[in-house]
Design a protein around this ligand. Sequence first.
Ligand code: ADP
Length: 414
Amino acid sequence: MNSFYLPILIILCVALIWLALAFAFLRRRLDRYTRTIRKIADGDLPVAGLSENEIGLETLSLAVKSLVDMQQARISSIDTQRAELATVLDRMTDGVLIVDGAGKIQFANPAVESIFEIKDPVGRTVVEVLRQYKLVEAWQRSQASGQPEEESVELSARHQFLQLVVLPDQRTGGSLLLVQNLTRVRRLETIRRDFISNVSHELRTPLASLKALTETLREGALDDPKAAPRFLGRIETEVDALTQMASELLELTRIESGQVPLEFIKIPSTALLFSVADRMRAQAERAGLTISIDSPQLLPDVKADPSRLEQVLVNLIHNAIKFTRSGGEVVLSAQRDGDMVRFSVQDTGIGIPADDLERIFERFYKADRARSSGGTGLGLSIARHIVEAHGGRIWAESKEGRGSTFYFTILVER
Ligand code: ADP
């Protein structure tokens, strides 16, 4: 009996031990796979993936491996998209805010900080960040109705024009707020509107005179040998004024739109003053004025487009002559000012009221007292554009009745 069962017993024992070992081995592998799959589910991917026959179960191993690869590809594509989105949000000039249902800011891009002049908006409330009651009300309306809302405000203290769009998120109960700074667009619109109205206004006066003059001629003055040449002379003056305005306008538009290529070369500052003074001397003398130069002998050269720089000086001297009574003087000078040369044109003329000083460089702006001077109001605007295109600055100082000084700076040539 014993000798009969013993081998069977031994075989059974060996089989049991083998089974137990195989089971333990399998268990350990499966545990490892379970852990790996859990990690994958948590988004924590094994860097090198898994070997294909780690437990000898090729199919399972391959399935897990392809799952890992797929997840890895998906996560890296999400990472790329997230990085792209973050770059867009960082660079955007419009403000983007994500607000939760309670009105707390969950996310704000950098533009929000600059638009609302507030540091670290995240964690603050909508009221703290938006501050303007009209904007806050728009957000409240959208929260109450669940509908998108739009609102715009003009912040006169900061000369800003803002537009807010609130997009509610039904899912979270919060909302997405987009804030656009429309200040520049608004300013351009105003400039364009003012420009058109100014041009029409400036055209109306000479055109009305031309109409009146031609009618007078038609109604008989043409046959009056004394009156006819006088009227023709006045027509010619009006046409000249219109022609000058048209050419200055064209010039201004070309400079503004960058169509006038500047050719920068080295220009000796003092020589430039002498050459322009010579050019303008006859005109100054005809008006009973003296023109002189007051500048140090040793001045650095400047880097500029010679004909444009001369144009600035000519415009300034032309004004100085126009607005100074006979017997007065015009002094040109230049001085080094850091890495710039500061040119100036000083006159002893009628001066400019303090209120007008800021505005004389605007297109068509004429100080009230100069209304009858017959200018176009474009000369200083052209000068400003040229100086700014050179990287310089132009400004004026004046005392009414005592005279004005116009300054502008141009970079020194190194
Ligand atoms: P315009 O001389 O054709 O009217 P500008 O743009 O050159 O146009 O000048 C704008 C205005 O600035 C002038 O109408 C005048 O009121 C004022 N202005 C400019 N230069 C002088 C000056 N040297 N003295 C007094 N007023 C000046």
